[in-house]
Design a protein around this ligand. Structure first.
Ligand code: ADP
Ligand code: TYD
Length: 207
């Protein structure tokens, strides 16, 4: 694997889309070979699995099924897009990846790290992130920005208590993997966070 795999993580509404758009423009203008992709999704089959996972009509889905579907979508996504782009030496920027499964399924759903790590080891093979940006914004602050939950989104309906656990999960992951995680203060200005992302990418030799 020649390229680098960069992932963005954080609670819903932390500012990921905003930062990914700015990074996209930055990489484009610098002529840096890259792809942008997202999870769950990133390919025909993975996007179909995304549809099942995020459908508000599937509220009765078991936690185990949910975790396995995220891992299944990831396995297909790696096969379809991530591995080929890395082989070509491209920078792969992914909106959410395996740490979302650790924060949401292992910590917040309570499935535990062992089970979630095990099913994901099978899906990931050697495709671990080289660098993970965690936009640190509490769910209370993120929800305030978004003016409440989207009624059609099954995961946002899970409520504040769930999202607080997700947040705790991310903080624990950042502590557990200090070399891989770059923690960005989500309360900083949009431009300030964008500059921190660009300088971390340069410092780590990713661009
Ligand atoms: P996400 O993709 O994580 O759900 P968004 O990028 O859509 O989050 O941001 C959610 C909202 O917060 C948007 O209205 C966006 O304009 C605003 N926002 C994003 N980053 C910041 C920031 N650093 N400071 C203030 N508001 C922000
Ligand atoms: P999305 O609308 O893409 O959320 P966001 O804009 O906040 O990234 O929905 C993705 C949802 O899926 C989000 O709530 C997090 C959740 N998710 C998991 O629970 N586990 C995972 O492994 C992944 C990749 C996402």
């Amino acid at each position: 694997m020649k390229g680098k795999l960069i992932t963005f993580e954080g609670c819903d509404g932390c500012g990921k889309s905003t930062q990914l758009k700015i990074l996209s423009d930055f990489l484009q203008s610098g002529g840096i070979p890259h792809i942008f992709t997202r999870e769950p999704g990133g390919g025909k089959i993975s996007e179909a699995i995304r549809g099942v996972l995020l459908d508000g009509k599937n509220a009765e889905m078991s936690d185990e099924c949910e975790a396995l579907l995220y891992a299944a979508a990831r396995a297909q996504h790696i096969n379809d897009r991530i591995a080929p782009a890395l082989r070509e030496g491209k920078l792969v920027v992914c909106d959410r990846y395996v740490d979302s499964s650790f924060a949401y399924q292992a910590y917040a759903r309570g499935l535990g790290m062992e089970f979630v790590a095990k099913i994901n080891a099978f899906a990931l093979e050697e495709y671990l992130p080289d660098l993970t940006f965690f936009i640190d914004l509490s769910p209370e602050d993120a929800f305030q920005r978004k003016h409440g939950a989207d009624e059609n989104d099954r995961l946002e309906q899970a409520g504040l208590a769930f999202h607080k656990k997700v947040y705790e999960g991310y903080l624990a992951l950042a502590k557990q993997y200090p070399d891989r995680f770059v923690v960005l203060n989500g309360k900083d200005s949009i431009d300030g966070i964008a500059l921190a992302v660009q300088s971390a990418l340069k410092q780590r030799g990713c661009i």
